[in-house]
Design a protein around this ligand. Sequence first.
Ligand SMILES: Cc1ncc(COP(=O)(O)O)c(C=O)c1O
Length: 404
Amino acid sequence: MAQDKTKELLERGRAMYLPVYAQREMILDHGKGARLWDIAGNEYIDLGAGIAVSVLGHQNAELIQVAIEQMQKLWHTSNVYFTEPAIRLASDLVKNTFAERVFFSNSGAEANEAAIKLARKFASFHSSSEKHEIITFEGSFHGRTLTTVTATAQPKYQEGFGPLPGGFTYCPFNDFDAIEQQISDKTCAVLVEPIQGEGGVHVAKPGFLAHLQALCQKHDALLVFDEIQSGMGRTGRLFAYEWEDNIQPDIVTVAKALGGGLPIGSMLTTERVSQVMKVGDHGSTFGGNPVITAVAGAVLQQVCSSVLMDNVKKQSDQLQMGLKELQQQKKLFKEIRGKGLIVGAELQEPWEGKAAQLSELCRQHGVLILQAGPNVLRFLPPLNITDEELQEGLQRMKSALSRV
Ligand SMILES: Cc1ncc(COP(=O)(O)O)c(C=O)c1O
């Protein structure tokens, strides 16, 4: 019965959805903590958290309570009006980060879009429209709108969508000399992920962000960090860039984890940079919706707690240890890398290019993992994953992968 229903729903979904996703052979139904169940009753350990979103796991009691209380009061107002949850979230973001001003969007791409518009406006206001170039990095991922996919320096995401917006140039990631050659007085911003997520879990080399900062200062360009995947506690600090000393970004974008599973993004910036924007220059109907900002406020509070950050460190060590044990048995990986609970395991021959098959095998053994391109298995578990959930997940993964 359940099998038939799964099959029927998959067929219907596949017949009607725009065919841009490769949905797995199950229909998820409910979750609790780091566990998920499908409609056929199969249980999975969730080591992907909906691509770094469900940071506090599924059915988090506090988030449910906050959401229900706000839903019983007010769902939506538009940005013609303020609401208290949105103002509280803005205050908490300002209190806990470098930021003095925030803009709320519904997604990561929109947060980056706001950052790109702000950088262009800032340059045209203080210099001229000639100063419009934005440098991003090979292997980056910044979103799927036409402009953010142009910022995304991976041709596979851009093919067939031209003409693309102009003014973007690409530089090799972690190449100190190349960026020095490329940046100029025409550069208005350098946009970078401190840890490239979709591009294969590549961490910025020590000193790379400081190098970018110095070059941006020299050329009067804004330093923009895309922390949509790496931020909100994923590395054990609120933002991944905070692992490097004395870094002062001009703009940081966040999304994914901020809503704990509800859609929200935010662009954070300084008073100085924000002042070029005036009423009507940018906006969003839903951005900063009261229900989501109430929930995001509760997420941020937990992410700022040392208890959660200590768990990230502890579980990161356990995850890395589990992957190393698997490596000793099977020699699957060329490299295991990452920081905190964003971890990538790059496959080596004969498994190169088989990340999709291996993650499907894991799913069949009751553990959900992600891939980052064809060669990298990616792990982004909930930040509050327990010892027991993680060990169970690792066990299932070992039993799946020991068969290959
Ligand atoms: C670093 C980074 N930036 C931007 C985005 C786009 O976010 P969204 O899918 O919410 O638009 C993503 C999504 O994976 C991301 O990882």
